[in-house]
Write a protein that binds this ligand. Structure first.
Ligand code: SF4
Length: 399
């Protein structure tokens, strides 16, 4: 499947490029109070180890602003300050962080936005305009009566145009709703009329499982249709889980590959090993590996090698002993109780070999975007704005 990404303006958040032909990046947000530097840093370091490429922290008060320099100096990925209501916090944060996220719907009169724009301009950092269904522009809300996808998109477009009138273009945009249909429609509408890079997300998506499904559907649909430059999977869970789900979405769409993908058979009456336990153990114990490798765990040898031939390496269970295979070819028999340890050892060796071959230092990621074939803004679907998802036609490059 070829995914033709829509062409967007490229901006720079610290060391990470967003938009244009930059890889779609994964972000997350910390949970401890930002004023608690130790706890916040601990989580940031966990996120960094999981492959998170941009970290956002909430900045709700002056204690949080005061903590930013210390946090920033002890982390490696770019830092984004998330600010609502009090624009003075943004003015101070702009001197420290790599990007400021602001919600124009709750920041007050326009002159406050202009002060924030001046601050980010002075420090050469971009702004994320975060429009949310819960805090839409008053005039737009009056026009539509209640939050709709069109209202979200119009609110964001109004802000973007007003910022352009003030000669400010160093921005990315998000349009968040917890309703998947509304969020997807809103991004679609906006993307038909603007070339600014988009931060995707389904807000308040839910718990680890519910939120992952909603995010995979909403974010996944948009990415498949070429929309989106960076995203956060919002989960009521450990933020490291957000990063894992994010990479699974990208890996499933073959937009990026990073780390181990464990594929496991669903098991059936032929199963000879504890596939579920083994697959979970492998995912956990191999999570530190960054090179892309597919590892297969199959319950029996009946269809084992055949079913696992897509994998780089794998095991299939048997009576008393299973088999180890690579690229669909039998390597050797292994006693059942040694299968997991043997596989882990082999995967570690393969990862080391592959690491040596990889020149790209960006954690073995790749992107299957063909920018030469990307439609220009406004060319996709002739700017048609469907009101329902099933009105949306198939885009160029999507089969
Ligand atoms: Fe069943 Fe074997 Fe296929 Fe697993 S690999 S689903 S155990 S036939």
């Amino acid at each position: 499947m070829h995914i033709a990404r829509r062409k967007t303006k490229q901006i720079q958040v610290g060391s990470v490029k967003i938009g244009g032909d930059a890889p779609i990046s994964i972000q997350s947000m910390t949970i401890p109070h930002t004023s608690d530097v130790k706890a916040t840093l601990e989580q940031i370091h966990q996120l960094e180890r999981a492959g998170c490429e941009l970290v956002r922290v909430a900045v709700p008060n002056k204690e949080s602003v005061a903590a930013l320099p210390s946090i920033k100096s002890q982390m490696t990925v770019p830092l984004i300050a998330d600010i609502h209501f009090d624009h003075r916090l943004a003015l101070k944060a702009a001197a420290v962080v790599d990007c400021v996220r602001i919600n124009p719907g709750n920041i007050g009169p326009w002159w406050k936005m202009m002060e924030v724009v001046k601050a980010v301009n002075d420090h050469g950092i971009p702004l994320r305009i975060g429009v949310n269904s819960g805090s839409l522009d008053r005039h737009v809300l009056e026009k539509y009566g209640y939050p709709t996808a069109e209202a979200l998109a119009e609110s964001a477009l109004m802000t973007v145009r007003a910022l352009e009138d003030a000669d400010f273009t160093n921005m990315k945009v998000s349009l968040k709703a917890s309703d998947v249909h509304m969020a997807v429609d809103a991004y679609w509408h906006f993307s038909n009329h603007s070339h600014y890079p988009l931060h995707l997300g389904i807000t308040e998506a839910g718990t680890a499982q519910t939120g992952a499904v909603k995010s995979a559907l909403g974010i996944g649909w948009l990415l498949m249709n070429g929309i989106g430059d960076t995203f956060r999977v919002s989960l009521a869970a450990d933020p490291v889980e957000e990063v894992r789900v994010g990479y699974e979405i990208l890996k499933s769409l073959e937009l990026r590959r990073r780390g181990i993908t464990v594929i496991a058979c669903p098991t059936c009456g032929r199963v000879e090993i504890d596939v579920v336990r083994m697959a979970n153990e492998l995912e956990q114990r191999l999570s530190h590996i960054q090179v892309p490798l597919t590892v297969s765990v199959l319950g029996c040898v009946v269809n084992g090698i055949g079913e696992g031939k897509e994998a780089d390496i794998g095991i299939a269970g048997g009576q008393g002993a299973g088999i180890l295979f690579k690229k669909g070819k039998l390597v050797r028999k292994v006693p059942s109780e040694e299968l997991v340890e043997t596989l882990i050892q082999e995967v570690e060796e393969m990862a080391k070999e592959q690491q040596g071959q990889i020149k790209d230092s960006s954690c073995a990621s790749f992107q299957t975007s063909d920018t030469s074939k990307r439609p220009q803004v406004g060319q996709v679907n002739g700017g048609h704005s469907p009101s329902r998802l099933n009105d949306i036609p198939v885009l160029p490059g999507i089969r």
